[in-house]
Design a protein around this ligand. Structure first.
Ligand code: GLU
Length: 563
């Protein structure tokens, strides 16, 4: 019965992955009957099993489906079509060269959603031997943070991205002013001083506000006054004229530039008028020759706004490629909340382990290859997907398992005295079990007369019972004789036997603090070799989890990643 469930799950997954995440009950049943003709006479029972599998699988995200399918192992016959890798970009024949860009706002740290957009844009530019641009959209002096430019670049480099050109919009303000003035002169934009609530009321009814049809001279005058700082925040905005009957009221006469009193962290008090996202981004996409704008579908209305500007200026809009939203399960904080908590000291930094930022993932020992692979597997789908930690960890495990050296670490250590032990001085263990060529690590034994002294993890110690024989992993079997605050045992034998195999530390063990995902600390002892590791090294503490060395002085600290 389990076998048939497994087969049903497998073919449901294959079918789902071939059909935009939604498996078709009949198709899966047909497939199963073809594969397992013996079930033809029990078609009712089979359909019921498949029905349950289809319901479950269809509720999963694509990456969850991919992950589950991989867990089952390779599928013989009919490999799902185009499971991996990215689809081709549209409109390739329209342009001599593909130009893409990533345009972050330097107002908070990058998370996986941003990296997905950045990676896709980069990947396509490289695939078609085109150009990839990094553009900081920093036209909001009120939330731009100076430290973010470098942090963002660091994260992007870490993920493996390189860019051919880099811009900050705060260097390009005169350019936007030029276009604003041109549009005002041509009667395609105007300056609105209406109270915003009033403007919206009229707009929602499809009516023009009193400013819209004032003479051109008046608007040019207002523009001059805006530039010389005569208006305070909220008093005047430049609006792009659109059809006041546009089906979406949010598109009608959208605002393009506004007065801001706050100095900008990069360029100071040089400007009192700042463009809003839709204006500067739209102009830059044209000016920078961007051919494919790859971004989240939450920008759909923005795209409609930007298209109206392109029409005014006689430009043709780049090919817009949208992708769905990617939610990270269990990561609750928004950018603004994160920034506030870091500034207020409630979080230790943008790499606080409780965050889902790229910096936090890096700190927890996630490797860029895993993140890249996962993001490319998710690809350019339009459907929203949610990403579980389980999937993220499974991707990472595939990579770190190959590279991480193994060490012993015991959390909340309990002392163990082993009496009548043979004359052993040390244990020599491999750094990596699957790599016979990997070098050895030496664990000296703490000998006091005929007694050897070890530490076990508190959890292991608690689970032992008097009289129990267990193995000190890769060393010897001992029999527990007494269990108190510390443990007493007698040497039993050397050869590997059934029973629990516990990791241990002995001579030269070093104190190590582990930062857990909820930012609590776990104290313990690690084998001596851990003291010699460099910051950033990803290790596997056996039977504990993958961790990354976070600090070596004054204390040895590791950050826990995952099992
Ligand atoms: N700065 C915008 C953002 O981060 C860019 C959107 C776009 O790609 O046009 O949301």
């Amino acid at each position: 019965m389990e076998d048939i469930r497994r087969e049903a799950l497998k073919w449901t997954l294959v079918n789902a992955l071939e059909h935009r995440g939604k498996a078709n009950l009949k198709a899966v049943v047909r497939k199963l009957v073809a594969e397992l003709p013996g079930w033809r006479c029990k078609i009712g029972e089979l359909s019921e099993i498949v029905r349950q599998e289809v319901a479950e699988v269809n509720a999963w995200s694509r990456e969850e489906q991919l992950y589950q399918l991989r867990k089952i192992g390779p599928v013989e016959r009919h490999k799902p079509r185009e499971r991996r890798g990215l689809s081709e970009l549209p409109d390739l024949d329209k342009y001599p060269m593909v130009v893409t860009r990533f345009a972050p706002n330097p107002n908070g740290p990058l998370h996986l959603g941003h990296v997905r957009t950045a990676l896709l844009s980069h990947e396509y530019a490289r695939r078609y031997k085109g150009k990839f641009i990094l553009r900081f959209e920093d036209t909001n002096p009120e939330n731009t943070l100076l430290e973010m430019y470098e942090l963002i670049k660091r994260d992007l480099r870490w993920i493996g991205l390189s860019w051919d050109e880099e811009y900050a919009q705060s260097d390009r303000i005169e350019l936007y002013y030029g276009y604003a003035e041109r549009l005002i002169r041509e009667g395609k934009a105007y300056i609105c001083t209406c109270e915003v609530g009033r403007f919206r009321e009229l707009r929602d009814r499809g009516e023009a506000c009193p400013c819209r049809d004032l003479p051109g001279e008046e608007h040019l005058g207002r523009w001059e006054r805006m530039l010389s700082g005569d208006f305070v925040k909220g008093e005047a905005v430049v609006r792009i004229k659109t059809d006041m009957k546009h089906p979406n009221p949010a598109v009608r006469d959208w605002s393009a530039l506004r007065s801001v009193a706050k100095p900008h962290p990069r360029v100071g008090e040089r400007y009192s008028v700042w463009p809003l996202y839709n204006f500067s981004a739209a102009i830059d996409d044209h000016e920078m020759g961007v051919t494919h704008v790859i971004r989240g579908k939450e920008h759909e209305v923005n795209e409609q706004r930007q298209r109206t500007l392109y029409k005014h200026l006689g430009w043709s809009y780049p090919t817009a490629v949208q992708h769905g939203r990617l939610a990270m399960l269990g990561v609750a904080l928004s950018k603004t909340q994160t920034v506030r908590a870091v500034r207020g000291g409630e979080l230790s930094g943008y790499d606080d382990v409780r965050l889902g930022t790229i910096a936090a993932l890096r700190r927890r020992g996630f490797v860029s290859e895993a993140i890249r692979q996962l993001m490319l597997d998710i690809g350019l789908t339009l459907v929203d997907s949610s990403l579980s930690w389980e999937t993220l960890c499974a991707y990472n495990r595939k990579f770190v398992d190959q590279i991480a050296s193994r060490y012993f670490f015991v959390a909340n250590p309990v002392e163990l005295f082993v009496h009548n032990a043979p004359e052993l001085k040390e244990a020599r263990l491999r750094l990596h079990p699957n790599r016979p060529e990997s070098s050895e690590r030496i664990l000296p034994l703490d000998r006091r007369g005929s007694t050897l002294v070890f530490h076990l993890s508190g959890e292991d110690a608690a689970a032992l019972g008097e009289g129990q024989v267990f193995r000190l992993k890769d060393l010897m079997n001992v029999k527990l004789t007494k269990k108190g605050r510390s443990l007493e045992a007698d040497f039993h034998s050397l050869e590997v036997a059934d029973g629990p195999k516990l990791h241990w530390v002995s001579g030269g063990a070093v104190e190590l603090e582990v930062i857990k995902p909820d930012n609590t600390l776990e104290h313990g002892l690690a084998e001596p070799a851990v003291a010699g590791l460099q910051i950033g090294t990803i290790v596997q503490f056996e039977r504990y989890g993958f961790s990354r060395i976070d600090a070596v002085r004054p204390k040895l600290v590791a950050v826990y990643g995952h099992r």
